[in-house]
Every structure is written in C-alpha cells, then in structure tokens.
Write a protein that binds this ligand. Structure first.
Ligand SMILES: Nc1ncnc2c1ncn2[C@@H]1O[C@H](COP(=O)(O)OP(=O)(O)O)[C@@H](O)[C@H]1O
Ligand SMILES: [Mg+2]
Length: 315
C-alpha cells in the first residue's frame, strides 16, 4: 500500500507536485494518468525515495521507502529507462543487481522466467528491442519479490505485443493481492489496464476514482442511427426527450438522452426502417477531457498525437 499526504515538490519557481494525497489499495492496478508535465514521474520518484518532498510525506507499507530494512522486498520500480551496460547480458545484469542486494541467483532465474526472458537471458542487452528492455527493467524491479510495483510509462513506445504483455503482467501481479501503480499519458491504454485511476493535472489530483465511475461522470453516451426516414424518426425521438447533436446529418442521426434499445422500439412501433443502430461507448479519453477541460495545458496537437499513439496501442 502506498499513502501520500500533502505531498509537494517544488523545483525553483515550478510547483511540480502540489499537495497531493492518495491511498493506493492492494489487489488492483491503479493508473496514474495525466498529460506530460503533470507531475507523475516526480510523484513516483518521491514514492521510491529518489526525490525528497518539499513538504508532506509518502509511505510504502507504512513507512518511507528508504526506511525499510529490505526495500527490494517491499517495492520494485521501473522509472526512467535505465542505463544498462549494453555489453552485459540480461542474466549478468540481474546477477550483479541480486548480488549487491544479497539476493540468491535462483531469484534471477525466477524473474527471467516471470518476464519471459529465459530465451534471451544470455544475449547482450545492447541488442534488445525496446520491449525486451522494458521486460528487463520489470525483471529487475521484481528481484526482491516485492509487494508493490511502481512503473512509470512502461508501455511508452512498445509495440502492441509488448503493450499486451505489460497489461497482462500487471493484472496478474495485482491479482495476487499486490499493489500496482502504473503511469501513462495514454488514456485508452489505461482504460484497459487499470481498475482505479488517479488523474493529475498541473501537479494536483483532479480525480481519484474507479475507472467505471470516471467513465460514468463523463459526457453522456450517444446513439447513432441511420434510417431512410431519419427526419420522421428524429421528430419522434425528440418528442421523447432525445436531443440530436450537431453531428446529425442526412440519413444519420446522432442522439443524446436516449438509449439504443428505445430507438429500435420506437422505430418498430412506427414501421420505420433502420439501416444502422449503434451506441457509442464513452471512452476514457472523453471522460478525461471533460474532467480536465480548462485545467490543463493540453493542446489540440498533443491530443491528436496521443489519439494516434493510443490507436496504435489498442489491441
Ligand atoms: N529535476 C527537475 N528539475 C526541474 N524541474 C523538473 C524536474 N523534474 C520535473 N520537473 C518539472 O516538474 C513538472 C512535472 O514533471 P514530471 O513529474 O516529469 O511530469 P510527468 O511525469 O507527469 O510528465 C514539469 O513541469 C517538469 O518540467
Ligand atoms: Mg513522466
């Protein structure tokens, strides 16, 4: 469990983390969401005792991380992609880490197995793909068989296979009753990985809720319907309290305030032919943007870039 109280970090004039509080629960994946510069990495470094809070505190399993006698048994982290010597093999890198922390070599074999790296264990790290490098970073974080895993943007730049692997891995880890904090600036990735999300904007917590709750707080879902008799159908639905949105055009109606089954029932009752009927799911992106509107320096260009990146990782 990780608990932050009034956690604040200032770099000169810049307030990177501003009075942040949260209590992470074991057994679930908590997503740490927010655009670049929101303060996610700074918060994670403070969790792992790598950065000193300007004020406030954060504890891992009840005490500051650095005060644990066996910190690697408590929490493991993948923060910035580490500089592993490219000439080393994955196994020799992990053996050296294990030896400096008094961990047995058998544990190295175990984490190589857990991260699916056995077949490349004796290969030089310099030849690893980004995905392999991330697996190695996660293997290192797992050496002490920790109760808590802290991963900063672990899927950044990974191909769909790599993203899927990380997602399955963290979900299985949490299912063992352990605690996972995983950051991302990609909303769609989080929707499929995390059970609970903490959203940071300009250093502040702007949401801390189960994914389902965040989704239901977003814009209302829409129904798309195509009919050769769209005008009459639209009139009937508006009489029921539905609103057509600006996107409605020609034979297609885009409606709010009505659910898809009701649209089908009304059409059937009036003998109106439908060519298509679909409910748009509210995506976490939309919920997130609606939540953070006006709160963030998040430009349309950045959003478009994220949409593209997100489309590439949804598998
Ligand atoms: N070591 C540092 N020195 C000065 N400013 C920093 C430092 N680390 C982060 N910042 C600033 O703090 C803010 C939060 O950064 P960061 O925690 O990296 O955000 P995120 O991980 O959400 O992208 C940014 O404005 C960043 O420029
Ligand atoms: Mg970061």
């Amino acid at each position: 469990m990780i608990e932050a109280r009034n956690l604040t970090k200032r770099y000169g004039a810049k307030l990177a983390v501003d009075d942040v509080g949260f209590a992470l629960q074991p057994g679930i994946v908590t997503g740490f969401l927010g655009p670049n510069g929101a303060g996610k990495s700074t918060t994670m470094r403070m969790v792992m005792g790598l950065d000193r809070p300007t004020s406030g505190s954060v504890t891992v399993l009840g005490r500051p991380y650095a005060e644990h006698r066996n910190p690697l048994n408590v929490a493991g982290a993948l923060l910035d992609a580490k500089g592993v010597h490219p000439g080393r093999t994955a196994r020799s890198h992990l053996r050296a880490l294990a030896a400096t922390h008094g961990l047995p070599a058998s544990r190295v074999d175990r984490v190589l197995e857990l991260t699916g790296l056995e077949s490349v264990a004796n290969k030089r790290v310099g030849g690893f793909s980004l995905g392999m490098g991330q697996r190695l970073g996660i293997a290192a974080a797992l050496l002490g068989d920790p109760q808590v895993l802290v991963l900063d943007e672990p899927v950044n730049g990974l191909d769909p296979d790599g993203v899927l692997w990380v997602r399955r891995f963290v979900r299985a880890f949490a299912a063992e009753g352990r605690t996972v904090l995983l950051s991302s600036h990609l909303m769609s990735e989080m929707a499929q990985t995390a059970d609970h999300v903490i959203v940071l904007g300009r250093g502040k917590v702007i949401a801390d809720a189960p994914i389902a709750e965040l989704l239901s707080s977003g814009p209302s879902p829409r129904v798309r319907v195509t009919s050769p008799d769209a005008i009459r159908l639209g009139e009937l639905l508006r009489a029921e309290g539905a609103r057509s949105t600006q996107e409605s055009a020609g034979a297609e109606l885009v409606l709010e305030g009505v659910e898809a089954p009701r649209v089908g029932e009304i059409a059937a009752a009036h003998g109106i032919v439908l060519h298509a009927l679909a409910a748009d799911a509210v995506t976490l992106e939309e919920a997130y943007l609606s939540l953070t509107r006006g709160e963030l320096e998040y430009t349309a260009d950045e959003y478009a870039a994220d949409r593209q990146a997100a489309a590439a990782v949804v598998v």
